[in-house]
Design a protein around this ligand. Structure first.
Ligand SMILES: C[S@@+](CC[C@H](N)C(=O)[O-])C[C@H]1O[C@@H](n2cnc3c(N)ncnc32)[C@H](O)[C@@H]1O
Ligand code: SF4
Length: 336
């Protein structure tokens, strides 16, 4: 099948599947506990896509050009039986790469089973080494030791690991250098993520963002760094290598240097809605279609139609006004 292109000429290459909207953390920038409290109503199981439905969608997306899958959430390891899904996905023709994004709390339990099922890449989120800062940011008082131990364990098993750190002004800026030193020494790529205005609940403002430029300057005062080549079209992180080592550091600059022009990602929420932008307000209900008995051809036509109508470039267009006026979906629902 010919690759499909959206209105701005962008192919579809990546599919992110959110496998649950639940999480065992309450990160202040994602699921603040004031909003996601004890009485918050999550999706019932019957509304979540089944693993069979996810597998079928992944196969259909692969036939349209998707090569990379990423499982995310909520916290994906809270979905029971995740290794079974990995096993199904690794068998799909055309899928070259599968990754999982996790906060790592449950990884000690599942790492080996995930590896045995064929998963090789993990993105782990960790915002600080300082126990008080991290405990405060994850909203649950969880200490970094547990995550660091699980990172070591996953590395021993053989996973390729990247660590994601969201940087918030006045909250964990002091952790920029300690985190760099810790992961450089272990040859694990650390990626600094600019705090983004996803959802409507995380109190975002331009002032709360620490930009790539600011972070880079702090690192450059300490280390000699060299730009690394882009590995593929649509690569999101800007990467640098510490000179004289193999260790790299990356930046996800969705706010200060948007990358909409090369965005090749589609996102499937845990209840089967297709989103063509992280900052979208509306998704296209694929679950209804799959459950109403459509054939593969009919589903493909629907997905193709959505992609061919895609013209999103929210980050390119972001201003004080769009931030205020646009209703966005939550990151914990769509998966980042
Ligand atoms: C929504 S989480 C889902 C997967 C998993 N629970 C985790 O935290 O790794 C995916 C990624 O989005 C990031 N994220 C969440 N909210 C964000 C925000 N407002 N700005 C930037 N990154 C955010 C998280 O730090 C995490 O690395
Ligand atoms: S960033 Fe990940 S770990 Fe934190 S609340 Fe969101 S989904 Fe949970």
């Amino acid at each position: 099948m010919d690759p499909i292109l959206d209105k701005l000429g962008r192919p579809i290459r990546d599919l992110r599947i959110s496998v649950t909207d639940r999480c065992n953390f309450r990160c202040t920038y994602c699921m603040p506990k004031e909003i996601f409290g004890d009485d918050y109503v999550f999706l019932p199981k019957s509304e979540l896509l089944s693993f069979e439905e996810m597998e079928r969608f992944a196969r259909l997306f692969a036939s349209l050009g998707v090569k990379k899958l990423r499982l995310t959430g909520g916290e994906p390891l809270m979905r029971r039986g995740l290794p079974d899904l990995i096993d199904k996905l690794t068998k799909i023709d055309g899928i070259e790469d599968i990754g999982l994004t996790t906060n790592g709390v449950l990884l000690g339990q599942y790492a080996q089973a995930l590896y045995d099922a064929g998963l090789r890449r993990l993105n782990m989120s960790l915002d600080a080494l300082d126990p008080d800062i991290f405990g405060e940011m994850n909203g649950r008082g969880i200490k970094p030791d547990l995550i660091l131990k699980n990172i070591d364990r996953a590395k021993e098993i053989g996973f390729t690991i990247k660590v994601n750190m969201v940087v918030k002004k006045g909250v964990n800026e002091s952790e920029i250098l300690p985190m760099a030193a810790y992961f450089k020494e272990r040859d694990i790529t650390l990626r600094y993520i600019e705090f983004m205005d996803v959802g409507n609940d995380n109190g975002w403002s331009f002032e709360s963002v620490v930009t790539k430029k600011e972070i880079y300057e702090r690192l450059a005062a300490e280390y000699e760094m060299q730009t690394s080549e882009e590995e593929y079209f649509g690569e999101v992180a800007k990467r640098y290598r510490y000179v004289g080592t193999d260790a790299e550091v990356g930046f996800i600059t969705s706010v200060s240097e948007s990358f909409c022009s090369s965005c090749t990602r589609a996102r499937l929420s845990s209840d089967g809605k297709l989103y063509t932008c992280l900052f979208a307000s509306e998704g296209f209900d694929l679950r209804e279609l799959i459950r109403s008995g459509l054939t593969d051809e009919e589903l493909l036509a629907a997905i193709t139609g959505v992609w061919e109508r895609r013209a999103d470039r929210y980050s390119d267009e972001r201003t004080e006004q769009t931030v205020k006026n646009r209703k966005k979906i939550n990151m914990s629902y769509i998966g980042g």
